[in-house]
Design a protein around this ligand. Structure first.
Ligand code: ADP
Length: 452
């Protein structure tokens, strides 16, 4: 009774022998009738004439019909048996790879396949007959009742179930169930009430945690980058008026010196004011230095791997606006020198802009990120099917604090351009020839091993 689920051989369905017997019987009846028909009606007359009496003729026709219908039914049965064998083989193959077990009404493990045994890391004998609740925290059979269906997902109170391995370690788990119909007939009172398919969520949880971590890192880098860009813009904008004011003061001082004793009294505060202006200038300079986008640590990185890590975040950005984001980066010869997180920041900025532009498109927005080897460089292109960029705006949009969005800061493209330039590339914008919207692209020199 406690045999392992996966030890069952694939069932081989065959048309039952009863078909062959019925067919043989029918054919035999036909032969007897034929002999009866062929026997002369009046043997003593010495004249051979086949019998044509109605009962014999009717018997022959009926026998023929029943033989034909038996053949048709046998063929139908044979086809169905073949289909069942194929389905059984498929189910068996699927079953081997999916951890699965069956439970009795009171939640005791009745059967367990190898994958489930491996998942919990305990000997099968130790698991069979044991309460499944011992292996899965907070599990109770009421969860099946609560589901109120014949099959489906078993909802856990805290988002997922927690499995407990033999060594005491725990892992996140999702459970799907199917009710096992009671076996009809005598002796068919099955102990098995429900079948469970188990999915170990460890990997997907780890991937989610990794994506969350990357997201947090990118947010932090974004804050620093945008501050840096603001500081650079401010420094650039303030530099000119500060220099002009310093020059005017210098000129005033010269004029005052000419005025002799009368100007002498005003010279001192003028010198102090000039000192303050110079101080303000150096403060701004210092702030700019401090907040400069840092990409000094360029390591050897693979573009496809940087994009792959980012995939969940890029997909999430697309899903938020109902835009499909396609990623297609060539993974051969894709080494470049890059600051991983800054590179990813640049890509996120371009994809976010592309998604926002494509979201306006009626009938479905789409964004495509492609990476291609082009001789000595690796080119990354982010395209969309949004409205594109007017020729007149092609340069202007890269300037800091330029935005057409109500909540926009106008820093994304200027930060991205700075990052790309720090990597030795150049960011350009044009119309996408394939998707019709904007296409932002940059190329980085490929980094090959010295030996290659
Ligand atoms: P923000 O996104 O805060 O506006 P950006 O510097 O990222 O700042 O972008 C500046 C402007 O460039 C945007 O406001 C938008 O008008 C334009 N732009 C950027 N990317 C695209 C794109 N893919 N399609 C159309 N316009 C774009």
């Amino acid at each position: 009774m406690y045999s392992a689920l996966d030890r069952h051989p694939v069932a081989s369905y065959r048309a039952p022998h009863a078909w062959a017997a019925a067919l043989a019987f029918s054919v035999l009846t036909g032969v007897v009738l034929l002999i009866a028909m062929a026997a002369p009606a009046e043997p003593e007359a010495g004249v051979w004439a086949p019998r044509t009496d109605l009962p014999i003729l009717a018997g022959a026709v009926l026998t023929l019909l029943s033989t034909l219908s038996l053949i048709a039914a046998w063929r139908q049965d044979r086809d169905m048996a073949r289909q069942l064998t194929a389905r059984d083989a498929m189910l068996h193959a699927a079953f081997l790879s999916t951890p699965a077990l069956t439970l009795s009404r009171d939640g005791l493990i009745q059967r367990m396949n190898g994958a489930a045994v491996a998942l919990f890391g305990l000997p099968r004998e130790a698991a069979l007959g044991r309460a499944f609740a011992d292996l899965t925290t907070e599990f109770d059979m009421d969860a099946v009742l609560r589901a109120g269906a014949q099959a489906g997902q078993l909802e856990a109170r805290h988002g997922h179930w927690t499995g407990r391995r033999a060594d005491g370690s725990t892992f996140p788990l999702s459970l799907r169930f199917g009710l096992i119909p009671p076996t009809p007939g005598p002796g068919g009172a099955a102990l098995e009430h429900v079948a469970l398919a188990l999915t170990d969520l460890t990997r997907s949880h780890a991937a989610e945690a990794q994506a969350r971590e990357l997201h947090a890192q990118l947010n932090k880098v974004w804050r620093l980058n945008s501050l840096g860009e603001m500081a650079a813009t401010l420094a650039h904008e303030l530099n000119q008026p500060l220099s002009a004011a310093t020059a005017y003061m210098h000129a005033s001082r010269a004029e005052m010196l000419k005025a002799g004793a009368a100007g002498e009294a005003a010279r001192r505060p003028l010198d102090l004011a000039k000192e303050q202006l110079l101080r303000a200038g150096s403060l701004i300079h210092r702030m700019r230095e401090l907040l400069t986008i840092e990409t000094s640590v360029l390591g050897r990185e693979r573009v496809s791997s940087m994009i792959e890590d980012l995939a969940p975040i890029l997909q999430m950005i697309g899903q938020d606006r109902n835009v499909q984001v396609r990623l297609d980066a060539e993974a051969e010869n894709d080494h470049v020198r890059a600051d991983r997180i800054q590179f990813q920041q640049a890509l996120v900025n371009l994809v976010r802009n592309a998604v926002e532009a494509a979201a306006e498109r009626p009938g479905g927005g789409a964004v495509s990120v492609t990476g291609r080897v082009e001789g000595p460089v690796y080119r990354i292109t982010v395209e969309d099917n949004g409205p594109g960029i007017a020729e007149a705006d092609a340069e202007r949009i890269f300037q800091p604090l330029t935005t057409t969005k109500s909540g926009g800061m106008g820093l994304g493209l200027s930060v991205t351009r700075t990052i790309v330039e720090r990597h030795g590339g150049a960011l350009s914008a044009r119309r996408s020839p394939t998707m019709g919207g904007a296409a932002f692209a940059f190329a980085l020199r490929r980094h090959e091993e010295a030996a290659q």
